[in-house]
Write a protein that binds this ligand. Structure first.
Ligand code: SF4
Length: 343
């Protein structure tokens, strides 16, 4: 998520003098060199259109446990495609911008984005456990716009001052890349906002690094005073494995409702088979399909785009195949709209 050479592009140190939690050690060991990644998969960088320039602009980062779910020797592996920097990212494309969803215009305080009625999105951190090449915030100015940088005070004050906000969405970056004591600092501050009724967390960490769902995190979650929805992000059925299933179980036991939002991505999940398998696999893990997003048109991601006609045809075929509760809503985010726009 954080562009290259950013001071926050490394995990935050653990709090206090104790040994860091295991998930932080695993995060530090993530693969960061595209050549190492391709070497682990037995693939030739020169045959794949791998780009050092794209990696310099937006670095590769992928936890080793996620790499282990990729198919050895398969250059078209759908998990690999989500993380590998390619030449195609460096071609400027008309209609693709640095701020595809109008975050800049929706700023409502330091690290606070206000788009929809009743909800405020808090940019908790710029860090992620994995860098997804299609990320709509791949160019976001985290250095200036992270709520944590001002010790949460400004962001929480902006939320408290607006009586219409009854739901806070922790986003980023990935909010669960923050150490748990840091999360507790934030939610302790939010407890002083009387109108809050719900908390939502947008996170990919339990999917890509399921060890993040440790005892400290679930204890923090279970003790929160609001109902909590955890909106996960998985795009392909093979992102789920036994460790992810166990992490989802721990989150449910801590009282969270689990939803998944996926992005429709060319070469990753643009077939009815892939989308049906994703819905069935996520439901088997206790996660309800929620949104299937049309790609946000961010610079560097054009090669992932699926045309609207094809997206609609896929969605119709999915609805004809699956039970209604397994069919995510097909939506697009349009800057200035009062909610996600159905296709
Ligand atoms: S995990 Fe989410 S925020 Fe982070 S890079 Fe991927 S899409 Fe972007």
């Amino acid at each position: 998520m954080i562009p290259a050479a950013h001071p926050l592009s490394h995990p935050a140190p653990s709090q206090g003098g104790d040994a860091p939690p295991r998930w932080q050690a695993l995060w530090r060991e993530a693969v960061r060199d595209p050549r190492e990644l391709l070497g682990l998969l037995g693939l030739d960088p020169d045959a794949l259109g791998m780009s050092d320039a794209a990696a310099a602009q937006f670095p590769l980062r992928v936890p080793r446990g996620f790499v282990a779910r990729m198919r050895h020797g398969d250059p078209a592996d759908p998990l690999l495609r989500q993380v590998l920097p390619l030449d195609a990212e460096m071609r400027p494309m008309p209609g693709f911008s640095l701020d595809a969803v109008g975050d800049g215009a929706a700023k409502a305080g330091h690290g606070v984005i206000r788009k929809y009625r009743g909800r405020a999105l808090l940019i908790a951190t710029g860090s992620c456990a994995i860098n997804c090449r299609y990320c709509f915030r791949r160019h976001f100015p985290y250095a200036e716009e992270t709520a944590a940088a001002a010790g949460w005070r400004e962001a929480v004050a902006a939320i408290a001052a607006d009586p219409d906000i009854d739901e806070v969405i922790l986003s980023g970056g990935d909010p669960w890349s923050l150490a748990t004591p840091k999360l507790a600092e934030l939610t302790d501050a939010l407890k002083g906002v009387p109108q809050l009724k719900r908390l939502r967390v947008h996170t990919r960490l339990p999917v890509v690094l399921p060890e993040r769902v440790d005892a400290a995190l679930t204890e923090w979650l279970a003790a929160l005073p609001w109902p909590v929805a955890v909106v996960l992000h998985a795009n392909h059925a093979r992102e789920f494995d036994a460790a992810v299933d166990a992490a989802m179980r721990r989150l449910r036991e801590a009282g969270a409702s689990l939803l998944n939002q996926a992005v429709l991505l060319r070469g990753v999940n643009d077939s009815v088979e892939a989308l049906a398998a994703l819905s069935e696999r996520s439901y088997a893990a206790g996660v309800l399909p929620y949104y299937l997003h049309q790609l946000d048109r961010v610079q560097g991601a054009a090669h992932f785009e699926v045309a609207d006609e094809q997206a609609l045809a896929l969605h119709r075929a999915l609805a004809a195949r699956l039970s209604g509760y397994l069919v995510p809503k097909l939506v697009r985010e349009v800057a200035g709209d009062p909610g996600k726009r159905p296709l």
